[in-house]
Design a protein around this ligand. Structure first.
Ligand code: G1P
Length: 293
Protein backbone atom coordinates (compact mmCIF):
# COMPACT_ATOMS: atom_id res chain seq x y z
CA UNK A 1 0.00 0.00 0.00
CA UNK A 2 1.37 3.39 -0.95
CA UNK A 3 0.61 6.39 1.26
CA UNK A 4 -1.80 8.86 -0.26
CA UNK A 5 -0.38 12.13 -1.65
CA UNK A 6 -2.29 14.74 0.35
CA UNK A 7 -0.01 17.76 0.39
CA UNK A 8 1.63 19.81 -2.33
CA UNK A 9 4.41 22.39 -2.10
CA UNK A 10 4.51 25.50 -4.27
CA UNK A 11 7.77 27.48 -4.18
CA UNK A 12 6.76 31.11 -4.86
CA UNK A 13 9.67 33.04 -3.35
CA UNK A 14 11.50 33.77 -6.65
CA UNK A 15 12.18 37.41 -7.53
CA UNK A 16 11.02 37.25 -11.14
CA UNK A 17 13.96 39.25 -12.48
CA UNK A 18 13.35 37.87 -15.99
CA UNK A 19 10.07 39.78 -16.07
CA UNK A 20 11.00 43.25 -14.84
CA UNK A 21 9.53 45.85 -14.69
CA UNK A 22 6.20 43.93 -14.47
CA UNK A 23 7.40 42.07 -11.38
CA UNK A 24 8.76 45.07 -9.47
CA UNK A 25 5.69 45.33 -7.23
CA UNK A 26 3.65 42.27 -8.34
CA UNK A 27 4.81 38.69 -7.70
CA UNK A 28 5.44 36.89 -11.01
CA UNK A 29 3.04 34.17 -9.85
CA UNK A 30 0.19 36.72 -9.88
CA UNK A 31 0.63 37.69 -13.55
CA UNK A 32 -2.41 36.45 -15.40
CA UNK A 33 -2.82 33.78 -18.02
CA UNK A 34 -6.11 35.04 -19.53
CA UNK A 35 -7.98 35.98 -16.32
CA UNK A 36 -6.42 33.65 -13.75
CA UNK A 37 -3.10 34.21 -11.99
CA UNK A 38 -0.36 31.79 -13.04
CA UNK A 39 -0.33 30.26 -9.54
CA UNK A 40 -4.09 29.65 -9.66
CA UNK A 41 -3.68 27.48 -12.78
CA UNK A 42 -1.15 25.33 -10.91
CA UNK A 43 -3.38 25.07 -7.82
CA UNK A 44 -6.17 23.95 -10.20
CA UNK A 45 -3.90 21.16 -11.49
CA UNK A 46 -3.13 20.07 -7.91
CA UNK A 47 -6.78 20.15 -6.82
CA UNK A 48 -7.78 18.11 -9.87
CA UNK A 49 -5.21 15.52 -8.76
CA UNK A 50 -6.84 15.27 -5.31
CA UNK A 51 -4.39 17.43 -3.30
CA UNK A 52 -5.93 18.57 -0.01
CA UNK A 53 -3.32 20.84 1.54
CA UNK A 54 -1.39 23.58 -0.25
CA UNK A 55 1.98 24.66 1.14
CA UNK A 56 3.43 27.91 -0.20
CA UNK A 57 7.08 28.81 0.21
CA UNK A 58 6.84 32.57 -0.04
CA UNK A 59 9.16 35.51 0.52
CA UNK A 60 9.11 39.25 1.06
CA UNK A 61 6.66 41.16 -1.20
CA UNK A 62 4.55 38.06 -1.83
CA UNK A 63 1.71 38.79 0.58
CA UNK A 64 -0.86 39.20 -2.20
CA UNK A 65 -0.54 35.48 -2.97
CA UNK A 66 -1.80 34.82 0.56
CA UNK A 67 -4.64 37.30 0.05
CA UNK A 68 -5.57 35.67 -3.23
CA UNK A 69 -6.23 32.36 -1.46
CA UNK A 70 -8.31 33.98 1.29
CA UNK A 71 -11.90 35.23 1.45
CA UNK A 72 -12.24 38.76 0.05
CA UNK A 73 -15.07 39.82 2.33
CA UNK A 74 -15.80 43.27 0.87
CA UNK A 75 -15.64 42.01 -2.70
CA UNK A 76 -17.90 39.04 -1.92
CA UNK A 77 -20.36 41.33 -0.17
CA UNK A 78 -20.46 43.78 -3.08
CA UNK A 79 -20.97 40.97 -5.60
CA UNK A 80 -23.80 39.61 -3.45
CA UNK A 81 -25.52 43.01 -3.20
CA UNK A 82 -25.21 43.50 -6.96
CA UNK A 83 -26.64 40.03 -7.52
CA UNK A 84 -23.54 38.90 -9.43
CA UNK A 85 -24.18 35.30 -8.40
CA UNK A 86 -22.09 33.63 -11.11
CA UNK A 87 -18.99 35.72 -10.38
CA UNK A 88 -19.33 35.13 -6.63
CA UNK A 89 -19.78 31.38 -7.05
CA UNK A 90 -16.72 31.20 -9.30
CA UNK A 91 -14.60 33.05 -6.71
CA UNK A 92 -15.76 30.81 -3.88
CA UNK A 93 -15.18 27.66 -5.92
CA UNK A 94 -11.52 28.65 -6.37
CA UNK A 95 -10.98 29.05 -2.65
CA UNK A 96 -9.20 26.23 -0.81
CA UNK A 97 -11.16 25.09 2.29
CA UNK A 98 -10.36 26.72 5.64
CA UNK A 99 -7.14 25.37 7.10
CA UNK A 100 -6.01 23.82 3.83
CA UNK A 101 -3.21 26.31 3.14
CA UNK A 102 0.14 26.88 4.86
CA UNK A 103 2.61 29.66 4.18
CA UNK A 104 6.25 29.79 5.22
CA UNK A 105 9.00 32.12 4.09
CA UNK A 106 12.27 31.30 2.43
CA UNK A 107 14.34 34.08 3.95
CA UNK A 108 17.14 34.13 1.39
CA UNK A 109 17.26 33.03 -2.29
CA UNK A 110 19.53 30.03 -1.74
CA UNK A 111 18.03 27.79 -4.43
CA UNK A 112 15.11 25.45 -5.16
CA UNK A 113 16.52 22.75 -2.87
CA UNK A 114 16.59 25.20 0.03
CA UNK A 115 13.03 26.37 -0.76
CA UNK A 116 11.74 22.77 -0.62
CA UNK A 117 13.67 22.13 2.62
CA UNK A 118 11.76 25.07 4.17
CA UNK A 119 8.59 22.90 3.93
CA UNK A 120 10.03 20.06 6.08
CA UNK A 121 8.08 20.79 9.27
CA UNK A 122 4.79 21.38 7.45
CA UNK A 123 5.08 18.16 5.43
CA UNK A 124 6.48 16.08 8.31
CA UNK A 125 8.62 12.96 8.00
CA UNK A 126 6.08 10.23 7.34
CA UNK A 127 4.29 11.07 4.12
CA UNK A 128 5.29 11.68 0.50
CA UNK A 129 4.27 14.99 -1.09
CA UNK A 130 3.87 16.65 -4.46
CA UNK A 131 5.93 19.62 -5.59
CA UNK A 132 4.81 21.91 -8.39
CA UNK A 133 6.90 24.77 -9.79
CA UNK A 134 4.31 27.46 -10.56
CA UNK A 135 6.30 28.99 -13.46
CA UNK A 136 5.81 25.88 -15.54
CA UNK A 137 2.27 25.47 -16.85
CA UNK A 138 1.42 21.97 -18.05
CA UNK A 139 -1.36 22.31 -20.59
CA UNK A 140 -3.32 19.29 -21.71
CA UNK A 141 -6.80 18.34 -22.82
CA UNK A 142 -6.46 15.03 -21.01
CA UNK A 143 -5.73 14.23 -17.40
CA UNK A 144 -3.52 16.81 -15.64
CA UNK A 145 0.20 16.15 -15.28
CA UNK A 146 0.11 15.66 -11.50
CA UNK A 147 -2.94 13.38 -11.74
CA UNK A 148 -1.02 11.19 -14.22
CA UNK A 149 1.95 11.11 -11.88
CA UNK A 150 -0.21 10.08 -8.94
CA UNK A 151 -1.53 7.18 -11.05
CA UNK A 152 2.07 6.12 -11.70
CA UNK A 153 2.94 6.56 -8.01
CA UNK A 154 -0.03 4.43 -6.95
CA UNK A 155 1.32 1.65 -9.16
CA UNK A 156 5.05 1.91 -8.47
CA UNK A 157 5.45 3.83 -5.17
CA UNK A 158 8.72 5.66 -4.52
CA UNK A 159 9.63 8.96 -6.16
CA UNK A 160 8.48 10.41 -9.49
CA UNK A 161 9.38 13.34 -11.74
CA UNK A 162 7.63 14.49 -14.90
CA UNK A 163 9.87 14.71 -17.98
CA UNK A 164 9.49 15.92 -21.56
CA UNK A 165 11.88 16.47 -24.48
CA UNK A 166 13.47 19.87 -25.14
CA UNK A 167 15.56 20.93 -28.16
CA UNK A 168 19.22 19.86 -27.72
CA UNK A 169 20.42 23.47 -27.56
CA UNK A 170 18.29 24.08 -24.45
CA UNK A 171 19.35 21.14 -22.26
CA UNK A 172 21.82 23.34 -20.30
CA UNK A 173 18.88 25.36 -18.90
CA UNK A 174 17.20 22.46 -17.07
CA UNK A 175 17.60 19.38 -14.94
CA UNK A 176 18.14 16.54 -17.45
CA UNK A 177 17.48 12.83 -16.90
CA UNK A 178 18.45 9.56 -18.52
CA UNK A 179 15.78 6.81 -18.42
CA UNK A 180 15.78 3.05 -18.84
CA UNK A 181 13.13 3.01 -21.58
CA UNK A 182 12.52 6.22 -23.53
CA UNK A 183 9.38 4.89 -25.22
CA UNK A 184 7.60 4.00 -21.98
CA UNK A 185 5.18 6.40 -20.29
CA UNK A 186 6.75 5.55 -16.92
CA UNK A 187 10.38 4.49 -16.76
CA UNK A 188 13.15 4.10 -14.20
CA UNK A 189 15.52 7.07 -13.96
CA UNK A 190 19.12 6.05 -14.68
CA UNK A 191 20.81 9.45 -14.49
CA UNK A 192 20.09 13.02 -13.40
CA UNK A 193 22.11 16.15 -13.81
CA UNK A 194 21.23 19.77 -13.07
CA UNK A 195 21.97 22.18 -15.92
CA UNK A 196 24.60 20.06 -17.76
CA UNK A 197 27.29 21.98 -19.67
CA UNK A 198 26.55 22.18 -23.42
CA UNK A 199 27.24 18.90 -25.17
CA UNK A 200 27.26 16.79 -21.99
CA UNK A 201 23.54 16.09 -21.41
CA UNK A 202 22.67 12.38 -20.98
CA UNK A 203 19.48 12.88 -23.08
CA UNK A 204 17.12 15.68 -24.07
CA UNK A 205 14.51 14.82 -21.42
CA UNK A 206 14.14 17.70 -18.99
CA UNK A 207 12.64 17.83 -15.52
CA UNK A 208 9.46 19.80 -16.16
CA UNK A 209 8.72 21.02 -12.63
CA UNK A 210 6.36 18.36 -11.25
CA UNK A 211 7.59 15.97 -8.56
CA UNK A 212 6.34 13.34 -6.10
CA UNK A 213 8.95 12.94 -3.39
CA UNK A 214 9.38 10.85 -0.28
CA UNK A 215 10.18 12.79 2.92
CA UNK A 216 13.69 11.24 2.87
CA UNK A 217 14.53 14.19 0.61
CA UNK A 218 14.50 16.59 3.59
CA UNK A 219 17.45 14.91 5.37
CA UNK A 220 19.40 14.95 2.13
CA UNK A 221 18.58 18.62 1.50
CA UNK A 222 19.66 19.52 5.03
CA UNK A 223 23.25 18.57 4.15
CA UNK A 224 23.22 19.49 0.47
CA UNK A 225 26.22 21.52 -0.73
CA UNK A 226 25.56 24.28 -3.30
CA UNK A 227 25.70 23.03 -6.91
CA UNK A 228 24.98 24.60 -10.33
CA UNK A 229 24.85 28.40 -10.14
CA UNK A 230 26.08 28.31 -6.52
CA UNK A 231 22.56 27.34 -5.37
CA UNK A 232 21.32 24.43 -3.24
CA UNK A 233 19.90 22.29 -6.01
CA UNK A 234 16.97 19.94 -5.52
CA UNK A 235 18.29 17.76 -8.36
CA UNK A 236 21.53 17.06 -6.46
CA UNK A 237 19.59 15.71 -3.47
CA UNK A 238 17.32 13.73 -5.83
CA UNK A 239 20.45 12.05 -7.25
CA UNK A 240 21.33 10.92 -3.70
CA UNK A 241 17.69 9.88 -3.11
CA UNK A 242 17.65 7.77 -6.29
CA UNK A 243 20.46 5.65 -4.79
CA UNK A 244 18.28 4.91 -1.76
CA UNK A 245 14.77 4.53 -3.18
CA UNK A 246 12.97 3.78 -6.50
CA UNK A 247 12.90 6.81 -8.80
CA UNK A 248 10.69 7.02 -11.89
CA UNK A 249 10.21 9.47 -14.74
CA UNK A 250 6.67 10.04 -16.07
CA UNK A 251 6.63 11.41 -19.63
CA UNK A 252 4.27 14.37 -20.04
CA UNK A 253 2.85 14.58 -23.56
CA UNK A 254 0.99 17.91 -23.34
CA UNK A 255 2.36 21.43 -23.90
CA UNK A 256 4.59 23.09 -21.33
CA UNK A 257 4.88 26.86 -21.03
CA UNK A 258 7.63 28.47 -18.98
CA UNK A 259 5.67 31.53 -17.93
CA UNK A 260 8.80 33.03 -16.36
CA UNK A 261 10.03 33.75 -19.91
CA UNK A 262 8.36 36.37 -22.05
CA UNK A 263 7.72 34.05 -24.98
CA UNK A 264 6.38 31.29 -22.73
CA UNK A 265 4.09 33.73 -20.96
CA UNK A 266 2.70 35.26 -24.16
CA UNK A 267 2.24 31.89 -25.85
CA UNK A 268 0.47 30.48 -22.78
CA UNK A 269 -1.96 33.40 -22.87
CA UNK A 270 -2.80 32.67 -26.49
CA UNK A 271 -3.06 28.90 -26.00
CA UNK A 272 -5.30 29.16 -22.94
CA UNK A 273 -7.48 31.82 -24.61
CA UNK A 274 -7.89 29.69 -27.76
CA UNK A 275 -9.19 26.90 -25.52
CA UNK A 276 -11.91 29.01 -23.95
CA UNK A 277 -15.38 28.80 -25.49
CA UNK A 278 -16.08 32.46 -24.60
CA UNK A 279 -12.85 33.78 -26.14
CA UNK A 280 -11.44 31.19 -28.54
CA UNK A 281 -13.22 32.08 -31.80
CA UNK A 282 -12.62 35.80 -31.31
CA UNK A 283 -8.93 35.55 -30.39
CA UNK A 284 -8.40 33.29 -33.41
CA UNK A 285 -9.89 35.99 -35.66
CA UNK A 286 -7.73 38.65 -34.04
CA UNK A 287 -4.56 36.58 -34.50
CA UNK A 288 -5.41 36.01 -38.17
CA UNK A 289 -6.06 39.73 -38.64
CA UNK A 290 -2.69 40.63 -37.08
CA UNK A 291 -0.83 38.06 -39.18
CA UNK A 292 -2.43 39.37 -42.38
CA UNK A 293 -1.33 42.96 -41.78
C1 G1P B 1 14.38 24.20 -11.81
C2 G1P B 1 15.02 22.82 -11.58
C3 G1P B 1 15.31 22.12 -12.90
C4 G1P B 1 14.03 22.05 -13.73
C5 G1P B 1 13.43 23.46 -13.90
C6 G1P B 1 12.08 23.40 -14.60
O1 G1P B 1 15.35 25.03 -12.41
O2 G1P B 1 16.20 22.99 -10.82
O3 G1P B 1 15.80 20.83 -12.67
O4 G1P B 1 14.31 21.49 -15.00
O5 G1P B 1 13.24 24.09 -12.63
O6 G1P B 1 11.62 24.70 -14.79
P1 G1P B 1 15.16 26.64 -12.47
O7 G1P B 1 14.15 26.92 -13.55
O8 G1P B 1 14.68 27.06 -11.12
O9 G1P B 1 16.51 27.19 -12.81
Amino acid sequence: MTKRIRKAVFPVAGLGTRFLPATKAIPKEMLTIVDRPVVQHVIDEARAAGIEHFVFITGRNKAVIEDHFDLAYELDDTLRKRNKVKELEALLADLPPAGATSFTRQQAPLGLGHAVWCARDIIGDDEPFALLLPDMLHHTHGKGCLAEMIDAYNKHGGNHIAVAPVPDDQTHQYGIVGVENREAKVSKVTKMVEKPAKGTAPSNLHITGRYILQPTIFNLLANQEPGAGGEIQLTDSMIALSRLEPFHAVRFDGDIYDTGSKIGFLTANIAYALDRSDLGPQIRQEIERLLDR
